[in-house]
Design a binder for this molecule. Sequence first.
Ligand code: KG4
Ligand code: ZN
Length: 348
Amino acid sequence: MKILALESSCDETAITLLNTSKGSLFLEKNQIYSQVDIHKKYGGVVPEVAARKHVETIIPLLEENLGKNKLKNIDYITVTSGPGLITSLLLGVTAAKTLSYINNIPLIPINHIEGHIYSNWLSHKKLVKDSNKYFPSLVLIISGGHTELVLMKDHGKYELLGQTLDDAAGEAFDKVAKMMNLGYPGGPIVSKLAEKGNNEKYNFPRPMMKENNFDFSFSGLKTAVLYTLQKKYKITKKDVNDICSSFQQAVVDVLTKKTIKAAEKYNINSIMIVGGVAANIAIKESIKKESSKLKIQLFVPELKYTGDNSAMIAVAAYYNLINKKGKILKGKKMFNLKPNSNWQLTKN
Ligand code: KG4
Ligand code: ZN
């Protein structure tokens, strides 16, 4: 089976051609055009600029990926239909609908968060071989827009255990970086500087860590960093490193504590960490240490699949198809598909 996937939910335009012959997942083509250098100068993603760039990029990327007439061998087209920036989503969805309709190829809308979850199937053959062995899986989704703990009971079966009440984990990293003019995106920069700092220098709050639920909150932590900075007359390089390190440690402690508490409560067979922030070594190591004490298998995608990409969307579509989940749109029906910037995975 061949699946063409399009992803344009934020500031990456991505196209993948997935071939699933003989039960394996083979990426015949996998391209990502990142707009990060464009948005850097604004200190964050500017939706209007992102959408315009998707317009410029999507057709040349498709031509490069497929050449002319290569759509002939494609069985399905899939596209990220939400959540994300509405103007960015619209570009991918419109392109996918047009290609599907003209070429009479069924269209599969995929939730971006579900894509992040399936990024693990790209990196771990044992999940592809026997997914059932690892269900139910406790999934920690940490990205620029989301922080959620989800119980994945089976393919396409999700229960929301808790989520952030304000900022997402990645957003907190980005905002802390912005406060110190460190650059964008903040996560990789803060985590790099954190390596050189003292993680105990500042005793930042661990919001909601001890509360008896699986929700998160990062805005108070962000404000605590701001107040610390405001109190200083001069901020040295050492201060920056120590602040990054102490901030990161607070995030690590909260994410680890809540994930492990959920792992102990629910009868699970694996833990997964997914999303852009899953690139963070301190978070991965901390959860790895605690999950191995419980003898629970931990899955984290390879670095190249933690951030936004379309390979994960293609794989999610494949598992939706073979497990008869989600929607398959054909003919004129696909024109009813509209991107949903707030599409919640656990409410479909
Ligand atoms: O999943 P993603 O690529 O996009 C969304 O769907 O939001 O996540 C992007 C987020 C950004 O906030 C970025 O700063 C964060 O992931 N990130 C990191 C690291 N690498 C990327 N956060 C912490 N540590 C990292 N090493
Ligand atoms: Zn994402």
